[in-house]
Design a protein around this ligand. Structure first.
Ligand SMILES: O=C(O)C(=O)C[C@]1(C(=O)O)C=C[C@@H](O)C=C1
Length: 444
C-alpha cells in the first residue's frame, strides 16, 4: 500500500513543466530522465527525496502568505487575495455597444451600454492594468453561462469577456487577466474539444474546476409568439442540450450556431429579429430586453457544464480534501496495449478515473503500417486526456505517473486541483419530464 506524502518539488516540477519548446515532446531534464527507461526511474526518485526539505520550506512560505481568506473559491488560498465586494464583471467599457444602440426604440430594451465589450485578438497587447480585483477571462458576452461560472469560481471577481477561447488563454498569458474559466464538458453535449486542444497548445495550469447547472430558456423579442419563429440560434452545445425539447415543443425550425448563448440573445435584440429565438439564460433575457417564451428547455433537468479554472502557475496539491488531476499523454509504440497499461497503472493503485478523452495527434495524425501482402494500413494517432481522482501530493498518483512515463512518449500534467464538491442542485426543468416520457415511448 502506498502512503500519501507531500510531493517533492523536483518530481512535481517535472510533471507539471512538460515540454517547453515543442508541445509534443517531453521536457529535457527530469521528465525525460524519468520516462526514457525503467533504469532511469531510480535517480528521479532519489532527487525527490533530496528535495523534500525545500518543498516543505516552500509550503510554509505559501501558507504564511495565504492569510486564511475564508473564500469559497477552490484556489483562493493560493492567491492570498480577498475578493473585493464588487458585482461580477461590470467595469466601464472602452466604448458603448454600438449594435444595441441600433435596436428599435419601441422594444424598450434595458440600456446595456455599461456592458463590457469582449476582448478580441487585436486587444491583446501585453499592457497589464493591476487593480485589487482578480480579473477572470471567459469566452462570450455578459449573460453567458461562462460568466456565471467565472462568478461561481471566483466570487466578486472582475469578469472579462473574450470573443474566443483562444483569446481567454492569451489574456492570462499576457497578464491582462489573472485566471480564465473555460468549459470542458457538458453532461448532455459531451466534451468541448476546442478547449482540450488549447490546453495542450498553451502553457496554463488547471487550478480548479466548477460545475454549473445549466438552465436554458427560449428567448425572443417582446410580443413575438412561438408560431412566428423560423429560426433558433445559440451556441452549438446549447442547441444540442435542447434538441429533444425543441422537437417536443413542435419547434422544427432551422437551428443556427452562434459563438455563445448570450451573444445569440444580443444579436436578436440588436437586429430586432422577430422571426428568431435564442437559447440562453434568464440573465441574458434581462440584459438584452428579451421575453422568456419557455423556461427549462434543456433535455435533462440535471444538465451540468464543467468548467476548468486556468492560471499561469500551478497550485500546490494537497491531500486533506478531494483532488483531481488531469493529464495528457501520447505514445510512439505500435500496439493498442499502451492504453491498457496506462489504465492498469491507475487500477492497480485503486485510483478512479473520472474522464477519458482522445483527440487527434496534430503533429503526427496518421501512422502508416506496410504489409507487403495486403497493402498499407493507416492508423490514426491520438493524444489521450485522463482525469483521475487523486492529488499529485498522493504518492499513489506520483508512482502511477512514473510508471506511465516509462511507456509513453509524451506526458504532461495539466493540473492537480480541488474537486468541485458543492451540493447537488439540479436545475428545475419544466419541459424535461414531457421529453423523458415521449423519448422513452419512442425508444421502446
Ligand atoms: O454560450 C455560453 O453561454 C457559454 O458559456 C458556453 C457554453 C459551452 O461552451 O458549453 C457553456 C455552457 C453551456 O453548456 C452552453 C454553452
Amino acid at each position: 500500500m502506498e502512503a500519501a506524502a507531500a510531493p517533492a518539488p523536483a518530481l512535481l516540477d517535472a510533471f507539471f513543466a512538460g515540454p517547453r519548446h515543442h508541445q509534443l515532446r517531453p521536457a529535457a531534464g527530469a521528465v525525460a530522465g524519468c520516462r526514457s527507461a525503467r533504469l532511469q526511474a531510480q535517480p528521479c526518485r532519489a532527487a525527490a527525496r533530496f528535495a523534500r526539505a525545500d518543498w516543505q520550506a516552500a509550503c510554509a512560505i505559501l501558507a504564511s502568505n495565504s492569510g486564511g481568506s475564508g473564500s469559497t473559491s477552490p484556489d483562493a488560498a493560493s492567491d492570498g487575495r480577498q475578493p473585493a465586494p464588487r458585482v461580477n464583471g461590470q467595469k466601464p467599457p472602452p466604448a458603448p455597444a454600438p449594435a444595441l444602440e441600433a435596436a428599435p426604440a419601441e422594444l424598450d430594451l434595458v440600456p446595456v451600454s455599461n456592458l463590457p465589450r469582449p476582448l478580441s485578438i487585436s486587444d491583446l497587447s501585453p499592457a497589464p492594468m493591476h487593480g485589487s480585483q482578480l480579473r477572470v477571462a471567459y469566452q462570450g458576452v455578459p449573460g453567458a453561462y461562462s460568466e456565471a461560472a467565472a462568478a461561481k469560481a471566483y466570487p466578486g471577481c472582475d469578469a472579462i469577456p473574450c470573443d474566443q477561447f483562444e483569446v481567454a488563454f492569451q489574456a492570462v498569458e499576457l497578464w491582462i487577466a489573472d485566471r480564465a474559466v473555460l468549459p470542458v464538458e457538458n453532461s448532455l453535449g459531451g466534451s468541448i474539444h476546442r478547449n482540450y486542444d488549447l490546453l495542450l497548445r498553451h502553457r496554463l495550469h488547471i487550478v480548479g474546476e466548477v460545475q454549473l447547472p445549466v438552465h436554458h430558456c427560449l428567448l425572443a423579442l417582446p410580443g413575438v409568439r412561438r408560431e412566428l419563429l423560423t429560426r433558433v440560434i445559440s451556441h452549438p452545445q446549447a442547441l444540442a442540450q435542447c434538441e429533444l425539447t425543441l422537437n417536443a415543443m413542435g419547434l422544427n425550425v432551422a437551428r443556427e450556431a452562434f459563438d455563445d448563448t448570450a451573444g445569440a440573445a444580443e444579436h436578436i435584440a440588436a437586429g430586432g429579429l422577430r422571426d428568431t429565438a435564442a437559447i440562453a439564460s434568464a440573465r441574458a433575457a434581462e440584459l438584452y430586453g428579451l421575453q422568456v417564451l419557455a423556461d427549462g428547455i434543456q433535455d435533462d433537468a440535471g444538465n451540468v457544464t464543467r468548467f476548468v479554472m486556468l492560471a499561469r502557475e500551478p497550485i500546490i496539491p494537497r491531500t486533506d480534501r478531494p483532488f483531481k488531476t488531469s493529464i495528457v499523454f501520447a505514445h510512439d509504440a505500435d500496439g493498442t496495449s499502451i492504453l491498457f497499461k496506462v489504465l492498469s497503472a491507475f487500477a492497480f493503485r485503486d485510483i478512479s478515473l473520472t474522464k477519458i478523452e482522445s483527440r487527434p495527434h496534430r503533429h503526427r495524425p496518421i501512422r502508416l503500417v506496410d504489409d507487403a501482402n495486403v497493402g498499407t494500413a493507416k492508423h490514426f494517432e491520438y493524444m489521450f486526456y485522463i482525469d483521475f481522482q487523486a492529488s499529485m501530493a498522493d504518492v499513489r498518483a506520483q508512482n502511477a505517473l512514473a510508471e506511465i512515463q516509462e511507456f509513453t512518449s509524451f506526458l504532461r500534467v495539466l493540473g492537480s486541483y480541488p474537486m468541485d464538491m458543492t451540493p447537488w442542485e439540479a436545475a428545475p426543468s419544466s419541459w424535461s419530464s414531457r421529453v423523458d416520457n415521449s423519448s422513452s415511448s419512442r425508444q421502446h
